[in-house]
Write a protein that binds this ligand. Sequence first.
Ligand SMILES: *Cc1c(COP(=O)(O)O)cnc(C)c1O
Length: 329
Amino acid sequence: MDLKDFPRSELGFFPTPLVRLERLSKLLGGPRLLMKRDDLTGLATGGNKTRKLEYLVGEALALGCDCLVTGGAAQSNHCRQTAAAAAARGLGCHLVLGGSEPERYEGNLLLDRLLGAEIHWSGALRKGERIPEVAAGLEARGRRPYVVPYGGSNEVGALGFVRAASELAEQLRAAGETVSRIVFASSSGGTHAGLVVGKALFGLGAQILGIGIDKGEAGEMPFEDHVHELASSLASRLGLGRPIGRGEALVRNEFLGGGYGVVGEAEREAISLLARSEGILLDPVYTGKAFGALLALSRLGEFSKSETILFWHTGGTPALFSPAGQTLL
Ligand SMILES: *Cc1c(COP(=O)(O)O)cnc(C)c1O
């Protein structure tokens, strides 16, 4: 199938800007840095999940569903964008969130409520493990739920990043730029798998380098294998005509620091450096860690000074206004 054969519901403003980080590149003395601003997708403060939701909601509407069910951590950007997408299309929204009801609603959680989502607290389970149970309950009450998987990362959601790769290829051509690597925070794998397949389909030359931000649970498949598997099935569905190589799904896992959502010195420095040199905000959970990794790799000499590296800003800024944001000062 071709990308345009999949139903898509327009939820964001695309293309997102491609910008040069001139001041920071100079400050670091190389490599040259570009940034793809998916924090500006426009859906209720933006982020990378908007691209996936365009295809997921497209399918939900095509199937005649009347509500969306998804889940994640209490400060999930994915859940907040899903709540906004549901509101924009007149669908109900049920969010299965890790933890228990807090005293104060802040950051993404505040926005979930404003956007009208119904929240189901699920204690220690923060990866949407109870989504099937909530969906079954809705079905039993005569609703037609559409399940959006954790992070929106299945073959349908990842289509958003196949499309994103084509969008970037076009922007690079127009700007006369070539990038050697694309660096970004990788967590549920849909962004990564979509970019890997999009790179193969649209001839992007750059290495696709995901930065792991979550250790994963014991017994789970290694994250790189998960990305590879998702990219492989997506590639065959889109008729790529060749297998995705094991080495095409690269994840660096040595920048986890204190673990998921834990702010350490690396995140603090990365966030403050970009804020003060470029006036651009990162987030404490995903992009702060990934940008910290980019800075560390660059200082370790893994990137040559003359390379041009693109950082894909995947959003997440509402978490600055959650308790995690307070730990940045
Ligand atoms: C979800 C998310 C990611 C990771 O994207 P995946 O497709 O889940 O790997 C990165 N950054 C932010 C801000 C996110 O919300």
